[in-house]
Write a protein that binds this ligand. Structure first.
Ligand SMILES: *Cc1c(COP(=O)(O)O)cnc(C)c1O
Length: 219
């Protein structure tokens, strides 16, 4: 199957309200161009340098999403062009994103990453940390960021019941905070689901799926 065929197959079964992020990390520009020529305009990368190199080489009507863990000292490199940062998991990082966004006179859209998996290794805030962050005076003082949603990754397991429980948990948190509407907080996007679990994620309420290997092949 070609990249275009893989994409079309996935898109056929995607509800209208779900955005497909084509996760192109480690893949060459030629592969991304094949997806682009098949109509794909949203790409996800997890390393800033790689994303910047691809941004320079690719057409400029692409939305670039940073889906990986972000270090504060790297924020300045992507602020000029990044459309959405998925993995924001601290006030410190938000502060730096805001600082760089002010410098560029931009507003940067962010998703807060929530820790829903059992694994210790995955990044993300727990519910208490999320609550503290959103209620802090410092967060309210940020003028150039907008938290537009939440992101999470389920445990890497074949146990569908467990994955569903984790997705349901994230959806419940999303629904709790969805009602809030302040200048820099309005949850509209729920980013959950990857190649192995995106259909389940959509059934649980995902509005944005991040799919790599099912489009571009294994890495
Ligand atoms: C790599 C990655 C994906 C895509 O994973 P696939 O299993 O290849 O679809 C999605 N989200 C994040 C955060 C990733 O790092």
């Amino acid at each position: 199957m070609t990249i275009a065929e893989n994409l079309n197959l996935i898109k056929q079964n995607l509800p209208d309200n779900v955005t497909l992020v084509a996760v192109s990390k480690t893949k060459p520009v030629a592969d991304l161009m094949e997806a682009y020529n098949a109509g794909q305009r949203v790409f996800g990368e997890n390393k800033i340098q790689e994303m910047t190199e691809k941004w320079q080489q690719m057409p400029k009507d692409i939305e670039w999403h940073m889906i990986g863990h972000v270090q504060s000292n790297k924020v300045k490199y992507m602020v000029p062009y990044v459309k959405l940062i998925h993995g924001v998991d601290s006030l410190k990082l938000l502060k730096e994103i805001n600082r760089q966004a002010v410098r560029w006179r931009k507003t940067i859209n962010c998703l807060l990453q929530i820790h829903i998996a059992e694994e210790e290794t995955k990044f993300g805030l727990n519910e208490k940390e999320l609550d503290e962050l959103l209620n802090s005076e410092e967060f309210k003082s940020f003028t150039n960021i907008k938290v537009v949603g939440l992101m999470g990754m389920a445990t890497f397991t074949d146990n569908q019941t467990q994955i569903k429980r984790e997705f349901d948990h994230l959806k419940a948190i999303f629904d709790t905070y969805k009602q809030l509407d302040t200048p820099n907080l309005k949850l509209e996007t729920l980013s959950m689901g990857m190649s192995g679990d995106y259909q389940l994620a959509i059934a649980c309420g995902s509005t944005m799926v991040r799919i790599g290997s099912s489009i571009f092949g294994s890495r």
